[in-house]
Design a protein around this ligand. Structure first.
Ligand SMILES: NC(=O)c1ccc[n+]([C@@H]2O[C@H](COP(=O)([O-])OP(=O)(O)OC[C@H]3O[C@@H](n4cnc5c(N)ncnc54)[C@H](OP(=O)(O)O)[C@@H]3O)[C@@H](O)[C@H]2O)c1
Length: 333
């Protein structure tokens, strides 16, 4: 697979988001179920793998220690995140964000234990709590680098201004943010800041949580705890409006002889060399299909047509509900 630069690493241009085995879309997979998907990603040349403490509150990292780390640790760039947990409350699970230095250090140690590895290649602050000064959190993460616990550090869902402050304390290797055809927020300022500072923009939910593919038809049949059940753009009547945009993207993909997911990923890759998408999947076929998108090349005209089909100007409905949006660093967003 073609590669991209992620700080000191050269990684597959398309990475793999492991969250989906444990969190977000209603399933918790066993090692037996998830291993063929990881194997397919590895066989397709994927070298960048993304997990977090949050995903199943440790379930995902423990699973990966068995099906990915054992046997493949030296061939991959392993990324995890800390500073956000899911807690059971009276109305179901709620996320708790805590960026205190001692919390991040403890979270990192716990992740290393669950993953059964001595060092993480990239360790992200999953969300900034906006209370602890960013300089203090990043200072603590920099000490984890000095101690050899992590090789590089990153941030997730921060603004350009926060990135610049953080980067002045310790080099930031990557910012991970939602970025896809239908979520253009990083275009406001973050992408430019990443390009200026030489920071990778790791694009999460790059196939729009399934929306920018050939198979997603709506919320019917999805489990009650599927995150999309609360996301405004997936809810009626916004969803029906957005489906018309989806249909035009699918038609363009068919005309080009690629799948809609591949078109969405190729669009991102050609937007900027700083971008590294990390689609997530529980399917062997989808893992192979997504990896193949790294080798696609869109003409300038086709790229522009796709760019105009779906975007901030015509999508209806926010990406998050109010509770999840509150966790995002909105300065400059
Ligand atoms: N930093 C953060 O706060 C944050 C937040 C969210 C996600 N992430 C990371 O980003 C990764 C990806 O994000 P995501 O899973 O939310 O969104 P995504 O990759 O845009 O979409 C995943 C959804 O799309 C479906 N899908 C994937 N490839 C497909 C294909 N080729 N054809 C049809 N359907 C396809 C998957 O279903 P199937 O399983 O059926 O393929 C799944 O339901 C996660 O695994 C996680 O590592 C980070």
């Amino acid at each position: 697979m073609p590669t991209r630069r992620l700080g000191p690493f050269q990684v597959s241009a398309i990475g793999f988001g492991c969250m989906n085995f444990s969190h977000g879309y209603g399933q918790k997979m066993t090692a037996e179920q998830a291993k063929p998907v990881i194997d397919a990603a590895l066989q397709a040349g994927t070298t960048l793998f993304d997990t977090a403490m949050l995903y199943g509150n440790g379930h995902n990292e423990t699973l990966l220690s068995e099906i990915l780390i054992a046997g493949h640790r030296d061939q991959i760039v392993l990324c995890s995140k800390g500073g956000m947990v899911a807690e059971q409350g009276p109305e179901g699970y709620r996320r708790r964000i805590d960026s205190k230095p001692q919390t991040i250090v403890q979270n990192c140690h716990d992740s290393l234990q669950r993953l059964k590895t001595d060092v993480l290649d990239l360790y992200y602050l999953h969300r900034w709590d906006k209370v602890t000064p960013i300089e203090e959190v990043v200072g603590a993460m920099g000490r984890l680098v000095e101690q050899g616990k992590v090789r590089t550090i990153g941030l997730s869902e921060v603004s350009a201004a926060t990135l610049e402050k953080a980067h002045s304390v310790h080099p930031i290797t990557a910012v991970q943010s939602e970025y896809s055809l239908w979520t253009r927020n990083p275009e406001i300022a973050l992408l430019q800041a990443c390009e200026k500072l030489g920071v990778a923009l790791v694009a999460f939910s790059p196939v729009g949580r399934g929306f920018l593919t050939d198979s997603f038809e709506g919320l019917d049949g999805l489990s009650g705890d599927d995150l999309r059940q609360k996301m405004p753009r997936f809810l009626s009547p916004a969803f029906e409006h957005n489906q018309a945009l989806q249909a035009s993207l699918r038609a363009k993909a068919r005309a080009l002889g690629v799948t809609t997911a591949q078109l969405a990923l190729a669009w991102l890759l050609q937007k900027s060399p700083a971008i590294i998408p990390i689609p997530g999947t529980t399917s062997v076929d989808h893992a192979r299909e997504n990896a193949r998108a790294a080798s696609l090349s869109l003409s300038h005209e086709d790229w522009q047509v796709v760019d105009r089909l779906i975007g901030q100007d015509n999508v209806v409905g926010g990406r998050y509900d109010a509770a999840a949006q509150a966790g995002v660093d909105t300065e400059n967003f």
